[in-house]
Design a protein around this ligand. Structure first.
Ligand SMILES: Nc1ncnc2c1ncn2[C@@H]1O[C@H](COP(=O)(O)OP(=O)(O)OP(=O)(O)O)[C@@H](O)[C@H]1O
Length: 990
C-alpha cells in the first residue's frame, strides 16, 4: 500500500558572515509566518514572495551561551533544536514506522547547508541530533521490554566530479570511484560501499569524524574544491520482530541525509561561454537534479515525461528520495545579504519547484523469508537471462529509463550486451550479499564492523590535543578546518610523501602537489618545537607565517605553516596558548598573509579592495597549484594573476577585476581568463591531475584538456579610450593614439579621426560647424559625426585576423573589417554615428566621456626551434621564478594612463576652440572697422549675429557690406537723449 506525499520544504536564513559585514551588506530577507519575502536591492523588481512548510529565521535575535551554543534571545529565532524538532523528529518518527526518508540541503556555497545538516561544534545539526535521539529511543524501547531487535547501519559517501568516494573506506579508492549500479529490488546503489553496524551515538560520531577527516585528506591531497562535492550520509534502521504468524519480520527504513554541493548558477561561476562546457561537467549532478525536479513537477501536474535520473551520479543515488518511496524534506539555506540576491532568488525558486513534487511512500515491512525469496527469484531470472546471452528489450524495470535497444547498431548492441552482462553479474552478487546480510545476526554484523583498524575515538583525540603541541589543518571550507591533527610528541617527525626507496615512512604523510618524499622535519625537544628543512630537498616549499623557511626555526603558538602548494596548518602549543591574546588565523587570513609576501599589497579601506583581497585569496593558491600541475604533467602552460581596472576592459559599471593570464610557454600564446573561468578550469585540471596520479593516460583531446585554448580563440590585443569632446564643439580631431594591453603596456598605435558631419554623413569643415557653447547650441538638436579608424601600427607579430571594435554611448558596438596577418593593419574604416536630438546625458557623455576602442586578433603559434624542453626547463630558462612569479608585477601600477589620453584630446579641442574664437574676434574687429569708416555708431544686432554665426567667409563679407547702407541705425538718437525707436532697440552701440 503506497500513498502520495509532497516533498516538504524548509527555508533558513543565516546571520551575516564576515565578508558580508565588511561589505556593509543590507538585509533583504523577511519572514512572516510561512512566507519568505525577498526584496530586490536594486528596487527594479517587486519583492518576491514564497511560501514554504517551514521558515527559519536564524539571522539575528540569538545569544551565544558560554558553551558556544546559539540560543534564542527572542522567540522568533530558530536555533538548531527548533529545526531538529520540526524536521529531525519527523524523520525519526517516519523511520520508526518503516518509511524511507531523505533530507537534503540546497543553497549556494556558504549559505548554511552544513550548519543545518551537520552543525558546528556545540551547535549540532540534524544528523548528530537525529542519531543521538535514535539511540536514546532504541534504549527506551529495549528497557521498556520490547521484544524486537534494532539494527543501525551507517555509510558515508561523497560525489565529486561524478565519482563516488567511500568516506569510510578511502583505501578502496579505485579508478573512477565506486560504480553506481541499479538493482530491480534494491534500486540504485554504490557498489562496494562500506556499511558499518553501529550501536551507539558515540560510534556514529566517531565514524562521522573519520569520514569527514577522510574527506579533508582527499580534498587537500587533490586540491579538491570541497564546496563542489555532495556528501550523503546513509543510515539504515531495521527493526526485527516476530509477526503474528510467528515469522521473523523486518521493518526497515533507509535515511539519506544529503549535503549538496554549492548551487552557484552557471552564469556566476563563469561556466558559460567556455568551450569546455565546465558548467555541464562541474555541476552535472546539480543541474541534473534541477532537471529531475522539473520533470517530477511536470509529472505531478499530470504530464507524461521521462525523468532523467540516469543523467548523473547524484540523481541515480537520490532516485528513491526524489521520485520513489521516500518521505523527503528539503532545506533551502539562504544568505540574508543584498550582495547574494541573485543566488538567493535562484535557491528560493528551486525550493518552490521542489515542493510540488510528490513521492509514493510505503512502509517497508516484510517477513525476512519473503524478502529472501524475492531476491532468490530475481537471481534466477537474471541467471537465465545471462545464459541466453541476449539483451532484454528494456534495460531495467523502470519505465522512466527505457532505452530503445532495437535502434542500436551492432557494435553498440555488443557493447551494451557486455555492460549488461557485467551489470547482471553485479546484481546477482548484490542480491546474494543482501541475502547473506539478512541471515546474519546483529552480533555477527557488529563483530564484522569492528574488525580491522580501530576507528579513532574522537573524544580521546580531542583530550590529547589539549596537552600536546600539534598541527591542525586550515581549509577554505570551515567544516573541514581542524579535521586533520598531527600530534607532535617529543622526538623527530618527518613530513613528506612516502618514500619507497629509503624505506622511511614519514610520520606526517602528505600527498599531492609539490610535496617532496622528505619535505621537512619537526623536532620536539622538551617544550620547544622546531621546524627545519630536510637536506635531501633543499627546494621543498615551506612557508612559515607567510615567509619561506630558510633555516631551523622555533615555532610559536598559532604560527601558520604551508607545505607544498596546498597543505596549510596552524601550529598549536597548549602551554603557550594562555599567553597568546590573538586568536588563530582563519584560512582566508593565512592565505592573505602569503599573498602579501608575494607582493600583492592591497589597501584594506575600500569595498573594491576588500573584494579584490577576497578574490586573490581564492585565486592565488589555485594559480600556484595550477602551475605546479602544469610542470608535473608538462602541459607547457604558465598562469599569472593580473589585476585589471574596469576601464581597461571597457565594461561599463564593472569594477577592478582579478583575472588570470594563461601563457603557453612553448608556443608563445597568451590568453586572458576571467577569475571564474580559471577557477572552473582549475577544477578540471584537478580532475586531470588525479588521473595522472593514478597513472592513467592524460593525452586528452584538446576539447577536454583544461590547459588548452583553441587556436582560433580571439584575444584582446589592446585598447584605448577615444575621447569625444571635440565632437561636442563640432571640431574635427585627428590623432595617433597609444594602444595598451591589460597591464598598461603599449602594444602599438592606432590612427583615428573624428569628424563632425550632417545627419546624412556630409563632413562639416571647421569654419561652418564650430559650436561655441554646446549647452545652448546643441541641446535638443540632431548631431552626427564620423569615426574613422584608419590603421594600427607596430602590433605584436603573433596576431592575425585583426579587427577593431568600439561602442559609442549605449549603441550597439561597431566593428571594422578583419585584416589577415599584419603588424600594421589598414582598416580604412568609417562609421557615421548620429543622435536625433541631444539630451543632457548624451551631451555630458560627449563632453566628458569616451568610446572604448579594442583591438582583437587570433594568435599564431610560434615555430618551435631546437631541442624540446619541458615546462619546467622553459619556465626556468625564461627566468620566471617560482613562488613569486604569479603576477605580483601585475599590480595596477602600470595600467593605462587614462589621464594622458584624455588630456591629449582636451588640449586638442581647446586649441581648436581658441582658433575658432580668434577667428570670430577678427570678424568682429572687421565689423567695427567698417562701421567706423562709415561713421556708424550703431550696427544692427542682426548683422552681428550673421557675422558670428556665418556658415562661411562669403556670408561674413556679405553681412559686413550691408553696414554702410544700414539706414535705420539711428546713429544720433541715443546722443540726443531721445528714447530709442523700436528699430533702434535692435542695434548695438559700438
Ligand atoms: N544559522 C547559522 N548561524 C550561525 N552561523 C551560521 C549559520 N549558518 C551558517 N553559519 C556559518 O556560515 C558559514 C558557512 O556555513 P556552512 O558551512 O554551513 O555553509 P555551506 O552552505 O554548507 O557551505 P559549503 O557549500 O561550502 O559546504 C559557517 O562558518 C557557519 O558557521
Amino acid at each position: 500500500m503506497s500513498e502520495e506525499e509532497s516533498v516538504k520544504v524548509a527555508v533558513r536564513v543565516r546571520p551575516f558572515n564576515k565578508r558580508e559585514r565588511e561589505r556593509n551588506a543590507t538585509l533583504i530577507v523577511e519572514m512572516k509566518g510561512p512566507t519568505t519575502v525577498l526584496n530586490d536591492p536594486s528596487g527594479e523588481n517587486e519583492p518576491k514572495r514564497f511560501t514554504f512548510d517551514y521558515s527559519y529565521w536564524s539571522h539575528d535575535s540569538f545569544k551565544e551561551e558560554a558553551s558556544g551554543y546559539l540560543a534564542p534571545a527572542k522567540p522568533h529565532y530558530a536555533d538548531q533544536n527548533m529545526v531538529f524538532k520540526d524536521v529531525g523528529l519527523g524523520v525519526l518518527a517516519n523511520a520508526w514506522e518503516g518509511y524511507n526518508c531523505s533530507l537534503f540541503a540546497y543553497g549556494q556555497t556558504g549559505a548554511g547547508k552544513s550548519w543545518s545538516i551537520v552543525g558546528y561544534g556545540p551547535n549540532k545539526g540534524i544528523v548528530p541530533l537525529f542519531c543521538d535521539k535514535l539511540f536514546v529511543q532504541i534504549e527506551e524501547k529495549k528497557s521498556g521490554g520490547e521484544a524486537a531487535s534494532f539494527e543501525v547501519e551507517f555509510s558515508m559517501l561523497e560525489i565529486y566530479n561524478e565519482q563516488v568516494r567511500d568516506l569510510l573506506n578511502p583505501a578502496s579508492k579505485r579508478k573512477g570511484g565506486l560504480k553506481v549500479r541499479q538493482h530491480p529490488k534494491l534500486g540504485f546503489y554504490a557498489d562496494g560501499l562500506k556499511t558499518v553496524a553501529v550501536n551507539s551515538y558515540q560510534d556514529i560520531e566517531n565514524r562521522m569524524e573519520e569520514g569527514t577527516k577522510n574527506r579533508t585528506v582527499a580534498a587537500t591531497n587533490m586540491n579538491a574544491t570541497s564546496s563542489r562535492a555532495h556528501t550523503i550520509v546513509g543510515i539504515k534502521f531495521t527493526q526485527k520482530y516476530q509477526n503474528a504468524a510467528g515469522q521473523e519480520t523486518a521493518k526497515s527504513s533507509v535515511i539519506n541525509l544529503v549535503d549538496l554541493a554549492g548551487s552557484e548558477r552557471a552564469e556566476s561561476t563563469g561556466a558559460t561561454g567556455d568551450r569546455l562546457k565546465e558548467g555541464a561537467a562541474i555541476n552535472q549532478s546539480l543541474s541534473s537534479l534541477g532537471n529531475v525536479i522539473a520533470a517530477l513537477v511536470d509529472k505531478a501536474n499530470g504530464k507524461q515525461v521521462r525523468v532523467p535520473y540516469r543523467d548523473s551520479t547524484l540523481t541515480k543515488l537520490l532516485k528513491n528520495a526524489l521520485g520513489g518511496n521516500s518521505k523527503t524534506i528539503m532545506i533551502a539555506a539562504i544568505s540574508p545579504a543584498d550582495i547574494n540576491y541573485d543566488e538567493t532568488l535562484s535557491t528560493l525558486r528551486y525550493a518552490d519547484r521542489a515542493k510540488q513534487i510528490k513521492t509514493k511512500v510505503a512502509v517497508n515491512e516484510d517477513p525476512t523469508e519473503k524478502l529472501i525469496r524475492e531476491l532468490q527469484e530475481e537471481n534466477e531470472k537474471l541467471k537465465k537471462l545471462l545464459e541466453s546471452g541476449g539483451i532484454p528489450e528494456k534495460l531495467d524495470d523502470d519505465d522512466d529509463d527505457e532505452e530503445d535497444v532495437k535502434s542500436l547498431s551492432k557494435d553498440e548492441r555488443e557493447r551494451i550486451r557486455k555492460e549488461l552482462e557485467e551489470e547482471m553479474q553485479a546484481r546477482i552478487l548484490a542480491s546474494e550479499q543482501e541475502m547473506e546480510e539478512m541471515k546474519k545476526t546483529w552480533e555477527e554484523k557488529m563483530q564484522q564492523s569492528h574488525t580491522g583498524p580501530t576507528v579513532p575515538d574522537a573524544g580521546a583525540a580531542r583530550k590529547e590535543k589539549e596537552s600536546t603541541p600539534h598541527l591542525y589543518n586550515l581549509n577554505i571550507d570551515p567544516q573541514l578546518t581542524g579535521m586533520i591533527v598531527h600530534l607532535l610528541k617529543p622526538g623527530q617527525h618527518l613530513v613528506g610523501s612516502s618514500n619507497e626507496e629509503s624505506g622511511e615512512t614519514p610520520s606526517i604523510l602528505l600527498k599531492g602537489l609539490n610535496i617532496q618524499p622528505q619535505h621537512a622535519a619537526f623536532i620536539v625537544e622538551g617544550d620547544k618545537v622546531f621546524l627545519d628543512r630536510c637536506q635531501s630537498s633543499p627546494d621543498a616549499k615551506i612557508i612559515v607565517n607567510g615567509q619561506p623557511l630558510t633555516e631551523k626555526d622555533e615555532l610559536e603558538h598559532n604560527d601558520r605553516i604551508m607545505f607544498g602548494a596546498n597543505h596549510l596548518y596552524i601550529f598549536a602549543h597548549p602551554k603557550q596558548a594562555g599567553s597568546q591574546k590573538q586568536p588563530a588565523m582563519t584560512y582566508e587570513e593565512a592565505q592573505a598573509e602569503i599573498n602579501q609576501n608575494s607582493g600583492f599589497v592591497l589597501g584594506k579601506g575600500s569595498l573594491d579592495d576588500l573584494i579584490l583581497n577576497d578574490d586573490l585569496v581564492e585565486v592565488m593558491p589555485a594559480i600556484e597549484q595550477a602551475n605546479d600541475m602544469s610542470e608535473e604533467m608538462d602541459k607547457k602552460v604558465k598562469f599569472e594573476v593580473v589585476i585589471v581596472p574596469a576601464k581597461v576592459l571597457g565594461i561599463v559599471g564593472s569594477k577592478t577585476e582579478v583575472m588570470v593570464k594563461m601563457r603557453n610557454v612553448d608556443l608563445g600564446l597568451e590568453y586572458l581568463w576571467t577569475k571564474a573561468k580559471f577557477m572552473n578550469r582549475k577544477y578540471l585540471m584537478d580532475e586531470m591531475y588525479e588521473s595522472f596520479s593514478d597513472g592513467e593516460d592524460i593525452n586528452w583531446p584538446d576539447e577536454r584538456d583544461p590547459f588548452t585554448e583553441p587556436p582560433d580563440h580571439e584575444e584582446m590585443i589592446g585598447g584605448l579610450h577615444l575621447y569625444l569632446q571635440s565632437i561636442g564643439y563640432k571640431i574635427e580631431a585627428k590623432e595617433q593614439l597609444d594602444l595598451t594591453d591589460i597591464k598598461g603596456i603599449e602594444v602599438g598605435k592606432l590612427n583615428v579621426e573624428l569628424w563632425p558631419c550632417t545627419q546624412t554623413g556630409k563632413v562639416l569643415r571647421d569654419e561652418d560647424a564650430f559650436v561655441d557653447d554646446p549647452e545652448t547650441d546643441l541641446k535638443g538638436q540632431p548631431l552626427a559625426f564620423k569615426v574613422k579608424i584608419l590603421n594600427a601600427r607596430g602590433l605584436p607579430d603573433r596576431f592575425t585576423d585583426i579587427y577593431c571594435k568600439f561602442r559609442v554611448y549605449t549603441m550597439e558596438p561597431f566593428q571594422t573589417q578583419t585584416i589577415k596577418k599584419a603588424i600594421n593593419p589598414d582598416f580604412k574604416f568609417e562609421q557615421l554615428v548620429s543622435f536625433n536630438a541631444i539630451d543632457s546625458q548624451e551631451l555630458d557623455y560627449l563632453l566628458n566621456g569616451s568610446a572604448y576602442v579594442q583591438l582583437f586578433g587570433k594568435q599564431v603559434p610560434k615555430k618551435r626551434e631546437g631541442k624540446k624542453l619541458t615546462t619546467k626547463q622553459i619556465v626556468k630558462k625564461s627566468g620566471m621564478l617560482k613562488g613569486k612569479d604569479i603576477g605580483a608585477e601585475n599590480m595596477p601600477k602600470a595600467t593605462v594612463d587614462e589621464g594622458k589620453v584624455g588630456y591629449q584630446f582636451q588640449i586638442l579641442t581647446l586649441k581648436k576652440r581658441l582658433e575658432r574664437l580668434e577667428k570670430k574676434m577678427a570678424q568682429m574687429n572687421k565689423v567695427v572697422e567698417v562701421a567706423e569708416k562709415s561713421s556708424k555708431m550703431r550696427v544692427k544686432t542682426e548683422t552681428i549675429k550673421t557675422v558670428l554665426h556665418a556658415k562661411n567667409p562669403d556670408a561674413v563679407e556679405k553681412a559686413i557690406k550691408t553696414i554702410p547702407k544700414d539706414k535705420g541705425a539711428g546713429d544720433n538718437e541715443g546722443v540726443n537723449g531721445q528714447p530709442p525707436s523700436q528699430e533702434s532697440k535692435a542695434c548695438v552701440l559700438l
